[in-house]
Design a protein around this ligand. Structure first.
Ligand code: C5P
Length: 402
């Protein structure tokens, strides 16, 4: 962890008295620590002790002219490898969840593009309150890592969950973070499409398909785990949002194209959505009424935009690696190879969707990776494994290009 930089945000709570000791242990492990102290935090620990132990200036005032000149609230977070909020009070986590930026600590947390670790510390009833629990869940779904809290005696005389994790555990959380899987796609941006599209017949009815979104969502999660900023543009699915991705929900193919174009520029595009090929051209604004004795309505279809082709031919907005999917029931490799050329993408992941393969809605997939010079057949594996393998191939592609 030698030389890694931690921005330690100390918010208000009695557990702040453990922070000087925590900084000492972080420094022993070779970490550089810079502190942001909230007004509440300063009731429990002094800027002088944090400064002495971190051997750096302590930042607390968002309106300080000198601090803004020398460092600036944006640079404070850009300069760090990771942000740690310890203790993380109920108040600061509520601010993070809501996106408030009324002081230096919350502003830095809203402005950051770096990973954030929170060490919650509060009274047991505050911890158990549905508001706090909902905020914690929301923060986790955005990729915030939680350490603790622990159970035990509280400074207020009660007993329960809410004690801040001990200094050793905070250092271990940093160790786990830095020694965890490498992040070869850090600094890159990927747009992933997933799920089906819904094409309206009228305001109530729609045409859809059986795509579950499992493969596309797993790819977004796998890219995010490799450090890639990931925008997932998804049609309606029953899946949970993958942790740490920006998720944009759309219904129709045209909405999906608009959302993908808005998300550009990107280095990588993976089009895993099962986009409807056609939509009705005459969807009325009112529900079509069933009238006794009259013939059923006829639906006139027009072609939808092809998102994969559009972004593969997007000139200077084209992501440098565009990956499409091909769902085939026969002659899988041949059909996918010609599809790669027709669509203008770089790679095609061809999957066998014949009924006997059980790909649709199932958890497994059998795929072939078609590139400009090769066709590789992968063994049958889970959609998560396909996603991880594809993400690591994408990372290798960029490493080789550097
Ligand atoms: O033409 P086909 O639907 O077989 O091509 C599959 C690939 O094209 C997938 O990557 C899919 O996401 C993409 N596609 C698209 N927009 C469409 C149709 C397909 O992006 N309208």
């Amino acid at each position: 962890m030698q030389g890694k930089r931690v921005l330690l945000i100390v918010s208000g709570g009695i557990a702040a008295i453990k922070i000087p000791e925590t900084i000492r242990r972080m420094r022993e492990r070779g970490l550089n620590v810079r502190c942001v102290l909230t007004e509440g935090g300063a009731q429990f620990v002094t800027p002088l002790s944090l400064s002495a132990l971190s051997e750096d200036k302590v930042y607390s005032d968002i309106f300080s002219l000198t601090d803004e000149n020398e460092m600036g609230h944006i640079n404070l977070s850009r300069d760090a490898d990771v942000l740690m909020v310890a203790p993380a009070s109920a108040d600061i986590m509520a601010k993070m969840a809501a996106g408030l930026a009324g002081d230096l600590a919350s502003t830095v947390l809203l402005a950051t593009d770096k990973p954030v670790i929170c060490a919650p510390a509060m009274n047991v009833r505050m911890w158990e309150h549905p508001a706090t629990q909902a905020n914690v869940e929301l923060l986790k779904s955005r990729g915030v890592i939680m350490v603790g809290p622990d159970e035990g005696d509280m400074a207020c005389g009660e007993y329960g969950m809410g004690r801040m994790a001990e200094p050793d555990m905070l250092v271990k959380a940093l160790e786990d973070f830095f020694l965890a899987a490498p992040r070869p796609l850090e600094g890159r941006h990927a747009v992933v499409t997933s799920g089906p599209t819904h094409e309206p017949i009228d305001p109530v009815r729609y045409i859809a398909n059986r795509s579950s979104g499992k493969q596309g969502h797993a790819i977004a999660a796998a890219l995010q785990k490799l450090g890639c900023k990931t925008t997932l543009v998804t049609g309606p699915t029953n899946l949970k949002d993958p942790v740490g991705c920006d998720v944009i929900r759309i219904e129709s193919a045209r909405d999906m194209l608009a959302a993908v174009e808005k998300a550009l520029p990107a280095d990588i595009a993976v089009c895993a959505a099962a986009v409807a090929d056609w939509r009705t051209s005459n969807a009325p604004d009112q529900k079509i009424k069933k009238q006794a004795g009259s013939a059923p309505p006829s639906l006139e279809m027009v072609e939808n935009p092809d998102i994969l082709s559009t972004i593969s031919n997007a000139g200077n907005k084209r992501p440098s690696l565009v990956v499409g999917f091909a769902a085939e029931t026969d002659d899988v490799i041949e059909n996918a190879t010609s599809k790669r050329e027709r669509k203008g993408c770089d790679w095609i992941v061809a999957n066998d969707v014949s009924p006997q393969a059980g790909t649709f809605a199932g958890d497994d997939n059998t795929v072939h990776l078609i590139t400009s010079g090769s066709a590789e057949s992968w063994p049958r594996m889970t959609k998560t494994d396909v996603a991880n393998q594809l993400a690591s191939r994408i990372a290798q592609h960029f490493e080789a290009a550097e």
